[in-house]
Write a protein that binds this ligand. Structure first.
Ligand SMILES: *[C@@H]1O[C@H](CO)[C@@H](O)[C@H](O)[C@H]1NC(C)=O
Ligand SMILES: *[C@@H]1O[C@H](CO)[C@@H](O)[C@H](O)[C@H]1NC(C)=O
Ligand SMILES: *[C@@H]1O[C@H](CO)[C@@H](O)[C@H](O)[C@H]1NC(C)=O
Ligand SMILES: *[C@@H]1O[C@H](CO)[C@@H](O)[C@H](O)[C@H]1NC(C)=O
Ligand SMILES: *[C@@H]1O[C@H](CO)[C@@H](O)[C@H](O)[C@H]1NC(C)=O
Ligand SMILES: *[C@@H]1O[C@H](CO)[C@@H](O)[C@H](O)[C@H]1NC(C)=O
Ligand SMILES: *[C@@H]1O[C@H](CO)[C@@H](O)[C@H](O)[C@H]1NC(C)=O
Length: 476
């Protein structure tokens, strides 16, 4: 297995933007192959072959040159999970500067000059709070805490054991923040924590992946009642004993979109970058907690609108339309989503970009993820385009947190990027379906096996919610 031993991440052929037509053709094909599973396959038929393709789109970004930029660990105090939202002292001097914080491994940046100038007690207290997002994966021989027989809600695409994944080691790690222990998920404790609350996942199929992990972790205690309408794409699960609701809302772009050809998923979408997606913003006041996220869809061909006017596109054939990068629409989408959140949500978490791990080629040319264990943080880094998207998320979050201070906006960081870049071993690869004779199905190095490393997101969620409850009890 060459890939497993090689530390060198091969360069894939850079695609220039002049090759727009080729790219469009490739992307159109990708669309046909992937649209349904990526677009919230709540369909009962997801076992069908045609729905079993799962791939990512990173390599379609205009330059897929892989680099090993070190990811920005959120060591800057302004980027730490809570260090910022509520305290008026924590004004990021400049969001862009904040995101370019140098990566350091642990404590050396604590109490830097900027922080030292803050004298308020609240800030001092918050400074001591453990940064949950800076850490390493450490062995956990006791994992996993469910299997595909104890949890019925693993969908086939992520049911890696079912399709013969031979190694089990990838399930036996837990996330260890540098400064503290992250308690493992405690199903009963969690349900007590969220009694009488509603939690919504808003995003794409990776958000659904996260939700299914949560339902699996809770499955040792109980199963929710599915209160959704039979054919609805979006779902509502109710844990009746606890009056706890989980909603999942498909909004892969987070903003209002439109298909350019009605009913046709294969053609580019129109993105109305400054308009809310009412499917979730319309219900925002009913959620106590929202986890929003977005990713791969922004690498697809699309047309960009502001104030209902076409202002640009990504991978479109028209010469008289301004060609703009993915980061442009990504920034706008978060800006608009955060505006909705600042206008009256409960507590909202930005779950940051979860990087994919194609090695040995682009996703559609044999790229695969065959590693069987995590990286140490000094062994890898975010690829350049992921770094850019991640930085955009953090910048827009800082801006929105500032803006939301007056309106009671509660926007928090849920940083999945730095932890997940270390888990090339956690994806389904070819174990999301049975092999099909005479057909090459792209490997899925985007989603995450269940059980698998994505379960740690719920260890994190539990801790983040605990902190919210504590904060609230301090206030009242
Ligand atoms: C990051 O580190 C490099 C070299 O160690 C230094 O030149 C640069 O100014 C640092 N940047 C920040 C934002 O601290
Ligand atoms: C669960 O995984 C095993 C392999 O560990 C497999 O044989 C079985 O079919 C799977 N069951 C379900 C319900 O997916
Ligand atoms: C959960 O959903 C049910 C059914 O729609 C609703 O009656 C209940 O009020 C919701 N509970 C919470 C905590 O939102
Ligand atoms: C949006 O477009 C309308 C006309 O379609 C115009 O009247 C309005 O001023 C524009 N708004 C902004 C903010 O540009
Ligand atoms: C681009 O050119 C076509 C005709 O070639 C025209 O119909 C269209 O309105 C133009 N679009 C823009 C944004 O100028
Ligand atoms: C990474 O750090 C570990 C210690 O944590 C060290 O043993 C290892 O050699 C380092 N690897 C690289 C590639 O620097
Ligand atoms: C696969 O290809 C072989 C040889 O080319 C052929 O005999 C066989 O019928 C094909 N199978 C399917 C399912 O198309």
């Amino acid at each position: 297995m060459k890939l497993q031993t090689s530390e060198i991440i091969p360069l894939s052929k850079p695609k220039t933007r002049r090759k727009t037509r080729t790219v469009v053709a490739i992307v159109a094909l990708a669309f046909i192959l992937t649209i349904i599973p990526l677009y919230f396959p709540y369909s009962q038929n997801y076992n069908q072959l045609s729905l079993s393709f799962q791939i990512g789109f990173q390599s379609l970004d205009h330059n897929s040159i892989r680099s090993t930029t070190t990811p920005p660990q959120p060591n800057n105090p302004n980027l730490r999970d809570e260090a910022s939202e509520d305290s008026p002292k924590n004004i990021p001097p400049d969001a862009a500067a904040a995101t370019s914080a140098n990566s350091t491994s642990s404590n050396e940046k604590r109490g830097d000059g900027r922080e030292g100038k803050r004298t308020s007690d609240a800030v001092v207290k918050e400074k001591k709070k453990c940064d949950l997002f800076s850490g390493e994966w450490v062995p956990n021989p006791d994992g996993p805490y469910y299997t595909n027989t104890t949890c019925y809600s693993i969908q086939d695409h992520q049911n890696c054991m079912r399709f013969g994944r031979p190694d089990l080691g990838f399930m036996k790690w837990r996330w260890k923040p540098d400064e503290c222990e992250l308690p493992l998920f405690d199903p009963i404790g969690f349900l007590e924590l969220v009694r009488g609350k509603s939690l919504a996942f808003v995003g794409d199929s990776v958000a659904r992946n996260h939700m299914q992990s949560l339902i699996c972790l809770l499955s040792t205690v109980g199963h929710p009642v599915d209160m959704s309408k039979p054919k609805a794409g979006n779902r509502l699960y109710v844990y009746t004993e606890y009056n706890f609701n989980i909603s999942i809302i498909s909004s892969p772009y987070l903003i209002r979109t439109e298909k350019t050809v009605p009913g046709d998923f294969a053609t580019p979408f129109n993105l109305f970058l400054d308009e809310f997606d009412q499917t979730w913003t319309g219900k925002i006041h009913t959620f106590d907690y929202i986890i929003i996220s977005a990713g791969q869809w922004f690498f697809r061909p699309s047309y960009f609108y502001l104030n209902r006017t076409l202002i640009g596109c990504l991978y479109c054939p028209e010469a008289n339309v301004t060609h703009l990068p993915s980061a442009f629409s990504y920034r706008w989408a978060f800006r608009t989503a955060f505006r909705a959140i600042n206008g009256g949500a409960g507590v909202a978490f930005l779950r940051t970009l979860a990087p994919s791990h194609f090695e040995g080629g682009p996703w559609d040319k044999g790229g695969d993820c065959v590693r069987t264990g995590p990286y140490k943080r000094n062994e890898t880094g975010l690829e350049e385009y992921n770094m850019e998207m991640y930085s955009v998320q953090l910048e827009e979050m800082r801006i929105a947190q500032k803006a939301g201070r007056g309106t009671g906006g509660k926007l928090r960081l849920f940083d999945a990027t730095n932890m997940m870049v270390l888990r090339p071993d956690g994806h389904p690869s070819k174990y999301g379906h049975w092999p099909v004779a005479n057909r090459t199905i792209p490997n899925d190095c985007v989603h995450w096996c269940l059980p698998g490393p994505i379960d740690a997101w719920n260890d994190l969620l539990q801790e983040l919610l605990k902190r919210e409850v504590k904060k609230k009890s301090k206030i009242t």
